[in-house]
Write a protein that binds this ligand. Structure first.
Ligand code: ASP
Length: 295
């Protein structure tokens, strides 16, 4: 709910200064075990969840599917039951199947955090995105947010198109027809023309093409992608003055975004998103483990 989101954003705000200190140590998760089970590659999400747990004092174990018995044919269910038998206090999971986190949560005795499930949801990314936007503008309500790229396969778009309208933002989805959803949720505009969709936007969120989730052959039909859907300075001029550029990463410079624009700290909040990700994930770990800590 909007109140749950605001609560987590307020909790995350309290960790931003903490993360900027030379020594970042808080003991509230000492003695607790956090397992990060990643069945898909990750840089930002995995490292920030690991740092978040360690900064709170948890014992953090990273489980990577590439080097596990998943490679020997073990199912998601058996992997979850095995991890559960080791009595972790929190599990963070990323998986390529939609609904995997929910399926695993039903088998585990501890809280489970979804770190991305297929093309479904990526809730902590959407939360760190709204935190970044709220800090830049001081509000979410009334802002126009244009999300451009491979909306159909993006879990980041999936979670943002739910959270932003809850907080009162107007969301527009932009992309080639083959990468847009068939139906837009109520109140959300679909645009094939980037120049039209970006007009007057306060935030422009760029997404990478999710080749790994595409039907064979679709990538080859996208033509001059940068020309039609790449974010350049000229295109950004059509957005609202001072519009902020975001990207969840990993970005492909020259494909969906101009590299020099991505590096401009006046316009780009991309590294701020990464910084907010650590604070937000500390807040999530703190909040979900409160019952186990008797809080
Ligand atoms: N890192 C984000 C995700 O895991 C975005 C992406 O991969 O394009 O969904």
């Amino acid at each position: 709910s909007a109140d749950d989101i605001r609560f987590l954003l307020d909790e995350a705000e309290q960790w931003i200064e903490f993360n900027r200190r030379p020594r970042k140590q808080d003991g509230r998760l000492v003695g607790l075990t956090q397992i990060n089970a990643f069945f898909e590659n990750s840089t930002r999400t995995l490292v920030s969840f690991e740092l978040a747990g360690k900064r709170l004092g948890a014992q953090v174990v990273n489980f990577s599917a590439a080097t596990s018995s998943v490679k020997k044919g073990e199912s998601l269910k058996d992997t979850a039951l095995t991890l559960n038998a080791m009595r972790p206090d929190v599990l963070v999971i990323r998986h390529d199947a939609n609904g995997a986190a929910l399926q695993v949560a039903e088998l585990m005795d501890c809280p489970v955090i979804n770190a991305g499930d297929g093309s479904g949801e990526h809730p902590t990314q959407a939360l760190l995105d709204v935190l970044t936007i709220r800090r830049r503008f001081g509000r979410i309500e009334g802002l126009k947010v244009a999300i451009c790229g491979d909306i159909r396969h993006s879990r980041v778009a999936g979670s943002n198109m739910r959270s932003l309208p809850l907080l009162g933002a107007e969301v527009r989805l932009i992309g080639p027809p083959s990468l847009l959803p068939d139906l837009a949720p109520d109140g959300i505009g679909l645009f094939e023309d980037f120049d039209e969709g970006i007009a007057g936007a306060d935030v422009v969120m760029m997404l990478r093409i999710q080749h790994e989730r595409m039907e064979a052959g679709l990538s080859g039909t996208l033509g001059d992608y940068f020309g039609r859907y790449g974010l350049s300075r000229a295109r950004l001029d059509r957005a609202a003055p001072g519009a902020v550029v975001m990207h969840p990463g990993p970005m492909n410079r020259g494909v969906e975004i101009d590299g020099e624009l991505a590096d401009d700290p006046e316009r780009s909040a991309i590294l701020e998103q990464v910084e907010m990700g650590v604070a937000l994930r500390i807040a999530c770990l703190d909040v979900v483990t409160r019952p186990a800590r008797g809080g």
